[in-house]
Design a protein around this ligand. Sequence first.
Ligand code: SAM
Length: 360
Amino acid sequence: MPKTVIALNELRTPLPIPPRAAGLAAASADTRGRRLRDLRISVTDRCNFRCVYCMPKEVFDAQYAFLQQREVLTFEEIVRLASVFRGEGLEKVRLTGGEPLMRKDIDRLVAMLRAALPGVDLTLTTNGSALKAYAQRLRDAGLDRITVSLDSLDDATFRAMNDVDFPVAKVLEAIDAAAAAGLSPVKINVVVKRGVNDAQVVDIARRFRGTGHVVRFIEFMDVGSTNGWRMDDVVPSAEIVRRIGEHFPLEPLDPEYAGEVAERWRYRDGAGEIGAISSVTRAFCSTCTRARLSTDGQLYTCLFAQRGYDLKALLRGGASDDDVAAAIRSIWHARADRYSEIRTAETARARKVEMSFIGG
Ligand code: SAM
């Protein structure tokens, strides 16, 4: 019997579909005054890495029931939904997963989104394993920028964290290829886990100072329910910034826009900037403008959600764009999520949707 961490049909919440022309204004706010600005789209729930903090091997093994192709949104469905979201105020799209470069012809999807969403910031997050060959094609298709995940410069640590023995050198080559293709500034995501890679944060900062790339240190989060999260494993961003600042003096920078996830710090000597993403120690729920579309077309309004809303069923059931827009508006209006503000050891143990499925 194939296993899933949470049976997907348990996650679906009946859609609060309002009557047609419910009269709600586009780009309206949720119950806490937050606008819908960003959409993260998971284009596949599969990944070729088994990062210990995200898709641990013991769970995501040969018996794991990944989605079947018929369950996965087609490119046309993704573009249609993104266009409807655009009408609700969307300004930024991030393609993610799973590993988005494992989705066949991903550059074609980028080109389709580019054509459908002029002016929208179009980005993608990847583990970098296939990026070297793809970077120029993605840029040519209209991708604006890219984020590459890289948890260590030490080859042994990197191989242990991705748990498929993938060498760090290939990801470093891919980062160079992305910059050469014009996907800059390249952002580099480093998930920091105490006792695993936290001793390396200064080396990572040193390596990318002066390159134009922006390293973002991310606190290990209790996403999903399979990564064995414990507060003791979290290295608070303040500690990371302090450690780096002891070697390379830093000063805070203003956010580039309201609701920016990373707190920004600039090297005082002008060698660039770093970011700190502190979902655990400095929750940013109050400014969260992100919606997430899972690989199978469920809308989630929080990374830590237990349930999504089935937009694919609407699309495949013949709903018009107006119907879909009304459903999105109604879901967003009712949104009250603030998981990171109320996180406790208890909530961390709750069943939540996996990040590879909902999109990181
Ligand atoms: N496969 C792509 C990648 O590796 O970047 C995209 C998907 S991945 C889920 C997106 C981001 O989420 C990565 O930067 C990853 O390191 C981060 N991530 C995954 N699990 C996490 C966790 N438990 N805490 C913090 N960040 C996590």
